[in-house]
Design a protein. Structure first.
Length: 86
């Protein structure tokens, strides 16, 4: 995939994640994590985690907190897919 396509893909993930965060209201990061576990492909979650942790994306504080929770769950599970997927 050309770099411009990758950038557009990652920007789209960030935009969606930030919109989800806005709509989660009081649920905060936990609501974002729950939504992403239910509706996002594991690869999308992994790509978002890598991009946010690498500083490649602008993400809201809520999204950064959700990414931190998902990354921690991945590391504690010791697997390639976010915890909660079966």
């Amino acid at each position: 995939m050309p770099d411009s396509d990758v950038d557009a893909y990652l920007a789209g993930l960030a935009r969606m994640a930030n919109q989800i965060a806005e709509n989660c209201g009081e649920q905060g990061a936990a609501g974002v994590v729950e939504h992403m576990q239910r509706f996002w492909d594991p690869q999308m979650r992994s790509d978002l985690i890598a991009a946010v942790e690498g500083g490649a994306l602008h993400a809201s504080d809520t999204v950064r907190a959700a990414v931190g929770q998902m990354a921690k769950a991945l590391k504690s599970a010791g697997a390639g897919e976010p915890a909660g997927d079966t």
